[in-house]
Each structure stands twice: as C-alpha cells, then as structure tokens.
Ligand binder design. Structure first.
Ligand code: FEO
Ligand code: CA
Ligand code: CA
Length: 560
C-alpha cells in the first residue's frame, strides 16, 4: 500500500516547474504534463505568497450562449492550431472529430516545441464520406467506408511556438496518422479472437499519458463500428451488428479487437492494445506512478449503468502484469476481476482472457455498482482525491450528472477500500449540466467541459435549455470564487469542447472543438459555419486558448 506522496519541493524546484525549465534543477515527474496530471501540489509547494496571488485573480463569468461561435471570458483569446482536413505531410491529413489532446515536448528543456497527439473519435458521414443516412435511397459503399476509416484514430503532429503562436510543423518526419487501418498488436500472451493483432483503432475518446512519455488513447463506443458479440443466459454468443457505421458489411474484423486502451509511442508511432485494462467503452485512462514504480490506472466505462475500474500493476511500469479491479461504490470496495480468485467468474468464463474481453459482464457478476456514465477521471493534485465525471443517466432521471469523489483508504492508490461521495452536482444550483472532461492546471484549479448532446441542447421544452451551448468552466481553488463553477467559454452550435490540456509553459490551454454543426442534415445549409474559413462548412478543430487569464490562473504572471 502506498500513500499519496507528500513530497515537498524546494522553492527552486517550484519555480522551475512553473515555467523556468531552463534552470538546472530536476523537474519532478509529471509536473510538465498538465491536463491529465498526477502532479502533487502540496500546501508546502503552494506558498502563502503564491496563494495570495491566486486569491487576487478576478474571473469574469460569461453568460450561456446559443450563438454559433467560440466565445471566451475577458482575458482569454484563441486561434486554431489544426483543423479537420489540414495536410500534415505529403500523404496525410488531420482526421475528424478531434477529442483528447496531449502534448509532449521533444526536449524537456524546450517546452515550446513538441508532439501533439489528438484523438479522432468518430465521423459524421455527411461531411466525411458524403453518405447521408437520412436518405433511404442511399447505400453506403466500401469507398465511403474506407474514407471514414481514415478519418478516425489519431494524429501525431509536431507543433512549435513561433511569434508567440503554436504552429503546425508541416511535413515534419514525426507527423503521422494512426487510423482504423493501422495494424496494432495486443500486449497479451494469448491471441484475442484468433489473432495477436488488431486492425486499427476507433472510437478514440479521451486518453492519458504515461510516466514514460507515451500517449494513451481510449476506444470508447466501439460497437458503432463493427458491432458487438452478445451472450444469452445460456452463455451462447451471437453477433449484434454495427449500431451506426456498418463497417462490418465490408470488413470482417472481430468486435473483440476494439474497446481497449491503446498506447502510442510519440516518436515511432508504434502502438499496442492493453488487454489487462479490460474491454469496454473506455472514456479515459489516468495513471499514477507509485514510489516503487508500480502503476495505478483509473478508467471509466461511459455507458449508462456501467462501471469504474482501476488497474494496479504488480511490476514496475507495467500495463500488463497486475490486477484489474472494478468499483463497488456503495461498500467502498475494489473487486478483483481475477479468474483465478473468483469462483463466480470461473462459472461464466473459461479463462482470464475471456474475463478481460467481457469485463462488463464480469463486473456485473461481482456486484460492481452501476454508475451514471463514468467519463473523465483526474487526480486532484492538492488533495489527492480521484474525481470522476458522471455525465448523466437520463433513464434514471439524472439529466445533469455530477462529479464523484473517490478517497482511497489512507490515501493509498493501490488500496482495496475507499469512500465515495458527490463532489459537485450538475443542475441549476451550479449552472452546468453533463460534466465530461476534467483538467487541473499548474496551480490546481479545476477546468471542466460539458457534453450535452447536440440533439438535446437548446430544445425549448427540454431540460438543457437554460445551459444553451456546451461550455468550458473553471472551478478556482483559491480566493472569493473558490469552489464556484464559472463559465469561461461557450462552444459553437452543436459542438462540444473536449481534450483540455495545458501546455507545459502554462500559457496555453489546448482544447478540441468537436462536432460543430453536428445537427446538419443538408450540406448546403449547415447548422454551424465555425471556424468560419473559406470552405463554409463546420470543421472539428484544435484551438489554443491563451491570454492573461490563462497565464494568471497558472500562476505565471507574478513570476516573470
Ligand atoms: Fe466520447 Fe464519453 O465521450
Ligand atoms: Ca468524452
Ligand atoms: Ca462525452
């Protein structure tokens, strides 16, 4: 068992992590990788001088908006970094529906030049392949499916700051695409549905970063692409066809090859699917490295009444050797999805591999607690609490969701017991609905994006009307506004903000603008025109948000 590290940092180290990386001191692990952080910010680190500065920041909330635009609070501005369709080299283009972003500097001494990973979660076929499912006369072709397969997965692009702005380094040798056609091996000793290799990755929603500087990308709603294998009460399997995209009409890839956490090497692009983390609609994967270098990985299954999991490795820096647990949040117990130790699992599944493939069923058999769509998970860098977005569960009457707080017993991330409570509830009292992505900044303020669905937003008689377009909120840590939920950005029409990630210099918040104009049924009349470029169609785009407010919230202003 290991407690939340109460390491203290010297003043010099603290200054270093706040942006003066050129000073010759050791930067503590994770401190230059915010957005999905396990950074430990102790009260000793946050001196009274620093806290007083943070207390003095005045945030100006912006009103909810239904405008087709990206609107920001005073003190923040934005520019596009890369849009759907942008050429990244002679052969490749940036994919559709950008989600999780993660920036890793090529050289830690220069935080203004590095590799940005971006997930491409799913496609809108109307824009990507010109297939309109609303028209019953249309039949999807293989050519269309192939272009859809190209537009999911992820992108690695080199970006660097020039004249104060992050710019794509076009044709950089590191620029590459990972798509639904990229062969990806399983990190497992047994074949998965007859193969040691999957073709492609898809449904890439949120993700994470490893302490050894690789990207994690999570396969979420995989059943929309190749369907799912389902089992009846007699344990007899049948194939449920693809829910949305019908790729299984052209490619006979097993559903079991999707629904995993995938690790990507930034420099080589080599990828692997981590079977030990289980198979379900992974929203994210947030890692904590224990003092003995064993890894704890938290990950949620974003579907109504599904579960929250954590993997604890038995070997240093392994995402293969260890135990996957699922949460019983009522009794505060982590239940081991371990075939050897669980007779109930032995009754239903033939071995551990099957338990991992059918992790949802295994979790339910063990009595895991159904949750209201567990999405993003972050570790609070000051309290050490694990925060989990529960987006909503409309069928249970939970329209606005909440953030769940997990406190591991004695602060030990590998503990088998914990307490769970509501950290923050969505709804009128706090002015937000449907929390999704979370990110702590360099000073420990919490940033949160919302995910009200495009079809439900701005419906006059619906529950989401007061909230208008999806938004970005910040929950300040210090000062008069501490704990308040303050709207600081609103998204273009039909869009959702995703993938918040702070650049290591604390001066930029990378943010994806996903599915603007998603309610479009006729390309001639799109419901959004953002980002307002010459093509006159909406485009999923990664933006850089910058300005005085970002700078101050990350506590850099005073230190320059
Ligand atoms: Fe793709 Fe759960 O959001
Ligand atoms: Ca999400
Ligand atoms: Ca979501």
């Amino acid at each position: 068992m290991e407690a939340f590290t109460k390491r203290t940092y010297s003043r010099k180290e603290f200054l270093s992590f706040l942006g003066k990386a050129s000073m010759a001191v050791v930067i503590p692990p994770f401190l230059n990788r915010c957005g999905n952080t396990a950074t430990v910010l102790t009260p000793e680190v946050l001196s009274s001088e620093v806290i007083n500065f943070l207390k003095g920041i005045k945030l100006k909330e912006i009103a909810a908006s239904d405008k087709d635009d990206l609107l920001l609070s005073e003190g923040m501005d934005y520019y596009p970094v890369i849009k759907w369709g942008t050429s990244i080299n002679d052969v490749d283009r940036f994919g559709f529906n950008c989600d999780f972003t993660c920036f890793i500097p090529l050289d830690e001494a220069n935080p203004e030049d590095g590799l940005l990973w971006v997930n491409h979660e799913y496609i809108d076929s109307l824009f990507v392949s010109n297939y309109n499912y609303r028209d019953p006369a249309q039949i999807r072709t293989k050519v269309q499916v192939d272009s859809e397969m190209y537009n999911v997965g992820g992108s690695i692009v080199r970006i660097r700051k020039e004249d104060g702005q992050w710019k794509l380094v076009e044709n950089d040798p590191y620029n590459r695409r990972i798509t639904a056609k990229t062969p990806i091996p399983f990190n497992w000793d047994v074949a998965i549905k007859g193969s040691s290799m999957a073709i492609g990755t898809l449904g890439n929603c949120s993700g994470g970063i490893t302490p050894w500087n690789t990207f994690l990308t999570c396969e979420e709603n995989y059943d929309g692409f190749y369907g799912e294998t389902i089992y009846d009460e007699n344990n007899v399997a049948s194939k449920m066809p693809s829910k949305y995209y019908g790729w299984d009409s052209f490619y006979d890839y097993p559903p079991e090859h999707y629904g995993w956490v995938v690790e990507i090497d930034p420099k080589t692009g080599s990828a692997q699917k981590h079977v030990a983390l289980g198979r379900f609609a992974h929203e994210c994967c947030t890692l904590y490295q224990l003092d003995d270098n064993r890894i704890v990985a938290y990950t949620g299954d974003d579907r109504n009444d599904e579960h929250m999991y954590k993997f604890v490795s038995s070997k240093p820096n392994s995402l293969k050797e260890g135990t996957l647990y699922v949460a019983d949040t009522i009794q505060g117990k982590w239940l081991a999805l371990d075939w050897e130790r669980q007779p109930l699992l032995q009754k239903r599944f033939k071995d551990q591999t099957e338990v991992m493939i059918r992790a949802r069923e295994a979790a339910a058999i063990l009595g895991a607690t159904p949750l209201n769509r567990p999405e993003d998970i972050e570790i609070d860098p000051i309290t050490g609490h694990v925060l989990v977005s529960l987006t909503n569960n409309k069928y249970k009457g939970d329209y606005h969701g909440s953030i769940l707080k997990i406190e591991e017993k004695n602060g030990a991330y590998d503990a088998l017991k914990f307490t769970a409570s509501t950290y923050l509830a969505g709804g009128e009292a706090h002015g937000f609905s449907c929390p999704d992505n979370l990110a702590f900044d360099l000073a420990g303020n919490l940033w949160m994006t919302t995910d009200m669905s495009g079809s439900a937003m701005n419906q006059p008689s619906g529950p989401y009307m007061p909230y208008k377009n999806n938004s970005l909120f910040v929950i300040p840590r210090f000062g008069d506004d501490a704990g308040k939920v303050i709207r600081v950005a609103t998204a273009p029409r039909d869009a959702e903000f995703t993938g918040p990630w702070f650049a290591p210099d604390g001066k930029t918040l990378f943010l994806s603008v996903q599915h603007p104009g998603e309610q479009t049924s006729d390309l001639q009349h799109p419901t959004s025109l953002w980002p307002f470029d010459d093509d006159q169609i909406p485009k999923p785009t990664v933006v850089a948000i910058h300005g005085d407010l970002i700078y101050k919230m990350n506590n850099l202003h005073r230190l320059q």
